[in-house]
Every structure is written in C-alpha cells, then in structure tokens.
Ligand binder design. Structure first.
Ligand code: PLP
Length: 369
C-alpha cells in the first residue's frame, strides 16, 4: 500500500489541490484575456491575499470584496484596486472605506438615494471624491434597482454629486444558482449581459457614460461576459468550485480544488460513523440563497455509499450501509456543497501538490464586517 502523505495534516482541515486551482485560475484568466474583458475576481470566495495576488499577477484588473475587513486584508496583502460590491450606507462604514481609499484605489456600489447621499456626505467631509457603480437587479431580486427609469434617476443622482464619480453599472446574476438545467444557466447569463448592455447604451445616450459595465457569478461569467459591451466579469467561486457548480453543470467533480480533510473518530453502529468535521468546518449549506437541494452536507470522496447526513458543531454523522468498510482512524475527504463557507471558517488552507502537503496559506478577514 502506498503511504498517504496527507496523514501528517491534523484534522479537520481544508485542502486545496494546487493543480486544480491553477487550472481553474488559468481557465478564467485566459477566457477574459482572449475576449478582451476585464477580470475582477470576487475574493469573498477565498479571502486569501496570496491567491488574490496570483489573480492580479495573471491579469485581473483588481478585485471585488463584500466586506471592508476583506478590503483591509487585501490592501495589507498588496492589492491596489478594490471594488466594494456591497452598498455602504452608514457613516461608520463610509469613513472606514474612505480611510482605506488613502491606500488603494477604491470604488463602491450603491443602489439607493440614501446610500448616494451618505457616500457624498462622507466624501465631502474627507475632502475627496469616490467612484460609484450603480447596482442593477437583473433577476436575483436581492440588491439593485430595475434597469429602467429608476436606474436612470439614480445614475443621474450620482453624477450630480460633486464628490462622486459615476463609473457605470454592475449586477450579479446569482439567480443562475436557482436554474433547473445548464441551458437555463446559460440563458440567464446571456440575459444578464444583454440587460446590462442595453441599459449602458441608454445611460450613455442620456449623457451618463459607463466606463464599467460589470457582470458575473461563476455560473454566468462566461455567457454574460461574451455579450459585446460588457467590460468586466466578477466570478469568485470558480477558483475552488463545489458540488453546487457540479449540480449546475458549470464544473465537474474533477474541477473542485477544495475539500475538507476529516478523521473518522467513531463507528458506534454499523449504519453510521462520526467524523471530526462538523458545521464549524463544513458550514450548513444545503444550497445557495437559502435553497435546500442537497441530500447531505457534502460528498465523501471514494465512498459513494456514505451520506453526510447530519452535523453538529464538531461532529459530522455519516449514514452508511452496514457493509461499508469505513473504520475509526480512517482519513476521509469531503467535497463541500459550497466551498466559500469552509474557507471563512478556517484560519489556513493546506495547498496539496502531487498529493503531498506543500504550503499552508493564511485566510484573512474571518467572520468579517
Ligand atoms: C456582488 C457579487 N459579485 C460577484 C459574486 C461572485 O459570484 P460567484 O460566487 O458565483 O462566483 C458574488 C457572490 O456572491 C456577489 O455577491
């Protein structure tokens, strides 16, 4: 029997297979390069400054973040161009963002008059200007205004503020995660791109030029990005992928670079065993945007007979057929339903090269605000 070099890693732990990671990074970077569209990866998916630097070195124009802690960690890690893809509406957040803007080129999203007023007041107080991107709802029904007169009015409201610079429009086609089949995912992506380009043309006609027309989620980045007039894509999850992307037909299991490494600590009955990865390692996601599409909490590699049927904080219970040979002390790997919660819960990820632990990369901005 060959020696398992992963035995030296204490469990539970998060593993990232370098070869798959590099393939995923190269694939998206070359797609953007060949198409001539800017790539601005959302780093909420990995929160790893080292990985963000690799993305920028590969040609990304900058990064997107959801939280200011993420922005802070990435600036400390040397990233210079950051888009806060989240509405900042309080003076506390806006003053924090403006302090960060002294150290990096920061742009922010807005989708309300209140948000625009708050950004303008903050910028006036700090005697500076801020680049603002208007968020548009292309179907997710989360943040963002409809691509109609409402968008026109808010774009104008941004342009009219001396302290704000209207940069353009952004959307996140996250409703692709609710698509019933791969064709529907593609259709949502095309619509995402087309709606945005149509709106950008209309705004331009009204004297509101959009230097940034930004779209993207991992499922839609490529289809939306193909629409002529889109300037930027913002996928995040593609670096790791997960069972959600597999279920959508966006990736295959071989494209999932991230797994949880876990040890079997108990087999108290023939029909179950217990591993040391619970909800504090795997998260509780059964789908995206509150859906519950998965039977369990991940897939055990090499053990199709096992179902990760329930989680408490430090215990994962696997339902097994009685004949399963899984035993106490076994090392197992679980491909997660969603990869980003695992990273958010881990201090480091172990990079695996040629099936051996190679390096440990620090995750920044855990549980951030
Ligand atoms: C605003 C925004 N942009 C981009 C992304 C990246 O999408 P994905 O995680 O599908 O790669 C997200 C993810 O939630 C997001 O919220």
């Amino acid at each position: 029997m060959t020696e398992n070099k992963l035995e030296t890693i204490d469990t539970p732990a998060v593993l990232v297979r370098e070869a798959i990671l590099v393939r995923n990074l190269n694939d998206m970077a070359s797609f953007a390069r060949e198409l001539g569209v800017n790539l601005r990866p959302h780093i909420k998916s990995h929160k790893i400054p080292r990985l963000a630097r690799i993305q920028v070195n590969q040609g990304a124009v900058g990064i997107a973040v959801a939280k200011l802690d993420e922005a802070e960690a990435m600036i400390a890690g040397g990233i210079k161009d950051i888009f806060v893809a989240y509405p900042l509406v309080t003076p506390t957040k806006i003053m924090r963002m403006l302090r960060l803007a002294e150290r990096a080129d920061i742009s922010v999203a807005a989708d309300s008059q209140e948000g625009i007023d708050a950004l303008a007041s903050g910028a006036a107080w700090a005697e500076t200007t801020v680049g603002v991107v208007l968020e548009i709802d292309t179907g997710l029904k989360r943040c963002g205004v409809k691509p109609n007169g409402e968008a026109l009015a808010l774009a104008r409201a941004i342009q009219e503020k001396d302290e704000l610079e209207f940069l353009g429009i952004m959307t996140h086609g996250g409703h692709s995660y609710l698509a019933s089949d791969p064709e529907k995912v593609q259709e949502i992506g095309r619509q995402e791109g087309e709606i945005m380009v149509r709106l950008a043309r209309r705004l331009e006609k009204e004297g509101l030029p959009c230097s940034r027309v930004s779209v993207g989620s991992t499922p839609t980045a490529k289809t939306a990005g193909m629409i002529k007039g889109i300037t930027e894509i913002r996928p995040g999850n593609y670096v790791f992928n997960d069972l959600t992307q597999v279920s959508l037909g966006v990736a295959m299991e071989e494209d999932c670079s991230l797994t949880a490494l876990t040890r079997v600590v108990s087999r108290p009955a023939r029909d179950r065993c217990v591993v040391d990865a619970g909800s504090k390692t795997l998260g509780m996601d059964r789908g995206v945007h509150g859906t519950s599409i998965f039977e369990g909490y991940g897939k055990v590699k090499g053990h199709p007979e096992a179902v990760v049927s329930s989680l408490s904080e430090e215990h994962g219970v696997l339902s097994l057929p009685p004949e399963s040979d899984i035993k106490v002390g076994d090392l197992l790997e679980i491909i997660p339903n969603r990869s980003s919660p695992l990273v958010n819960l881990a201090r480091t990820v172990h990079i695996i090269r040629n099936e051996e632990p190679w390096e440990e990369w620090e995750v920044s901005a855990l549980g951030s605000n």
